[in-house]
Design a protein around this ligand. Structure first.
Ligand code: ADP
Ligand code: MG
Length: 248
């Protein structure tokens, strides 16, 4: 039977691919009338476990496309996506789905919480989808809510939470299945400056504590002192730039 690692290289210096996230030579095009629009143009990015890389660029530069490729939701025209040491090329659809569910956490711009569920139930649903025992899931959900500073809000439904609190539930939910890779799309766009800073600070803390390889995409240059690396994206091309805090 094939395993998740069936496609990882077995020889040479790359025999054991690193944990974290590796994108290499990614090109992605979309149909655009009679032609194709190039959303990602030969993009390569390595995000080690336990670090946050911010990808910063204006609207339409390809940020969400980059996350969709990293999440294996879209297959690029060219290039490789390696998640926690597993090369996703050639995995069957069911294997990709399993990899996504167990190894990838996603935080979208809008929290998309279910209105009828309490904060702790929003998280428990994730474990339920994964077929995990409910009792352990509840404890893990409560622990995660505690980690994002919402221990006392566990029984609240979304309409009784603030925007910042909803985004924290969203982040906790993405961590529920202990992902190796955490993909975060403009998490602060609906928040004021102070709450935005708090969310980025939280992402940094959770990333280090849980060893996720975190990609944060944003058009907002604020709060980037909390991340380990920053790359700019423009018209689907990445360019690295110096760390926001030289000498750190
Ligand atoms: P960003 O998240 O930085 O705003 P996107 O990745 O959403 O950028 O979009 C990058 C480019 O690809 C834009 O020109 C956008 O219009 C185009 N695009 C995004 N999604 C699709 C799609 N599903 N079909 C066609 N074009 C798309
Ligand atoms: Mg986007």
């Amino acid at each position: 039977m094939d395993t998740m690692n069936a496609h990882t290289p077995r020889t040479g210096p790359d025999a054991r691919p690193p944990a974290g996230l590796v994108l290499s030579g990614i090109t992605l095009t979309y149909p655009d009338g009679a032609a194709r629009l190039t959303a990602l143009d030969d993009v390569s990015l390595t995000v080690p476990a336990g670090t946050v890389t911010a990808v910063v660029g204006p609207s339409g530069s390809g940020k969400s496309s980059l996350l969709a490729v990293a999440a294996t939701l879209i297959t690029p025209d060219r290039g490789r996506v390696v998640i926690d040491g597993t090369d996703t090329a050639g995995l069957r659809r069911a294997e990709l789905t399993a990899l996504r569910r167990t190894r990838v956490g996603m935080v979208f711009q809008q929290p998309n919480l279910l209105p009828s569920l309490t904060a702790v139930e929003q998280l428990q649903v994730m474990a339920h989808l994964d077929g995990r025992p409910p009792r352990a899931a509840r404890q893990r959900a409560l622990d995660l809510l505690d980690a994002v500073g919402l221990a006392d809000q566990a029984a609240r439904r979304p309409h009784r939470l603030s925007g910042g609190q909803r985004q924290r539930v969203n982040i906790a939910r993405a961590l529920m299945n202990e992902p190796a890779v955490l993909l975060v799309d403009e998490p602060t766009s609906a928040l004021d400056h102070e709450r935005g800073a708090a969310v980025l600070d939280l992402l940094g803390t959770l990333t280090r504590r849980r060893g996720t390889a975190t990609v944060l995409v944003t058009h907002d240059r604020a709060h980037l002192d909390a991340v380990d690396a920053v790359v700019d994206v423009l018209d689907g091309r990445l360019s690295p730039r110096p760390s926001p805090l030289p000498g750190r």
